[in-house]
Design a protein around this ligand. Sequence first.
Ligand code: ADP
Ligand code: ZN
Length: 524
Amino acid sequence: MQSALETLQQSFGYDDFREGQAEIIDAVLAGKRTLGIMPTGGGKSITYQVPALMLPGITVVISPLISLMKNQVDELIANGIDAVTLNSTQDEETYHHAMNHLLNGQAKLLYLAPERLKNEGTYALLNRLDISLVVIDEVHVLSQWGHDFRPSYLEAVHLINNLMSAPRVMALTATATQRVQKDLEERLAIDHTVRTSVVRDNLTIRMETGLKKKDKDDYVQRYVQKHADEAGIIYVPTRKLVTSLTAFLTSRHLSVVGYHAGMTDEERNQAQDDFLFDRANVVVATNAFGMGINKSNVRFVIHYSMPGSIEAYYQEIGRAGRDHLPAEAILLYAAADLQRQRFFIENSDNQTPEYQRLQKNKLQEMANYGATTVCLQQYITRYFGEETLPCGHCTNCLDTRTAIDVTTDAQKVLSHIVRMRNARHNKDAFGKIVTADTLRGHVPEKFKWAHFDQLPTFGLMKGIPRVKIASLIDFLLASGYLQITGEYSGLMVSKTGLQVLQGELQVMRRQSKQMIDDRVTTGS
Ligand code: ADP
Ligand code: ZN
């Protein structure tokens, strides 16, 4: 039999395996149930395509991404490998072609959408095939600890598990925290896990903080103009923003298409193809775009607003630089965007308390990211349970400003918030503006009834401009010392915030331009 390396060279034309590939392939060929965790662009497809050619029967690849399947099948066929797909969007002719190749044993790979498994015909068909290997792609969606849990996919995996007499199983994902990894290992009875570093050396991670909407629009426009011949993705949080930002950039004569789930299939396919085939350089999209988009030369991914979790963020920026050439990921971070993400969570279909708590914790990690002073790449790798050295090229690594100790100011703000809430028996929570105003010794008309001027912390930050205090509150919120609570999204002190009040934690803040111009500190 041909070795794995020979198969790689002869059938795919690559010289050598990349990190993790050979180990995954060896484990699978040895009959182990294998979990592969490799970053986007790491080369996961090869890890099952090579065994598919080496094993006697057929390899079934289950993936929630229909668009990806079609691409993959086309690429395999171009390499002279017989691969087919069964999905709900194909025409009769393609379907019959697929069935023929499956039944006469010609096809080496079958790509299958999970919902096809619930179709009795498909199920019966699978029972007749000689299946050597089952691949479960994007397997993180099987874990409720993941950022994109899909119970329907789980059902499909159960079905396929019932089907076969102990077939080889391989599960693949780009993003899994330690917790998700453990969960998947248990669920799928994994024997061997291969996890390569999540670090993408060619990706420079950047962040711009404190931009208002108008500033963000200008930033994006200037960036796209400066990188006019490069492909990029701009993620925005809402469909409305897809439309308005696309219009704005187009009016500036930039080559842009919009993409969101509210468009018709036809419009979406058109936009996707325009981007894939370089008819448009940039796509402005919601997070509906990108799963399974195999465009290797994406040079930048800009997030107009923070995503809901580090996992989602890392997956989305992973779409840049899959060709291993330099690429940039830029987050336009504004603490105010936190509110919108909270709204998404609170209004999601899943209202179970565990889900709500989990998603809010994930969001808080994302918010903390915006306020961190450590290397951005390090922050992300730590989140996934990996220790790395500072990258040396992210925004924070290049930031020469020093962090200053703002513990005393933080304590003033936190203790005032505790007292404001105490005064209302912790039933109410108040917003940033009234908090800042009363710290400055001013009671807004609307809040006269609450008698905040009786509090010992009233006027504790007299003389400091409201915007400075508000910015400190944003920072405390983003750093997790404060959290949002109640019907009106008021402020409350978090567990870590209490530690600050008790003098157990020091609060460090990187000096921003305003802080240097006009110190926010009151002599501390
Ligand atoms: P993933 O699914 O992990 O995001 P892909 O399987 O799409 O990544 O692979 C990313 C790119 O790397 C593809 O263009 C693929 O052809 C290429 N690639 C994969 N393995 C190798 C290898 N051993 N040598 C060179 N290029 C590779
Ligand atoms: Zn860094």
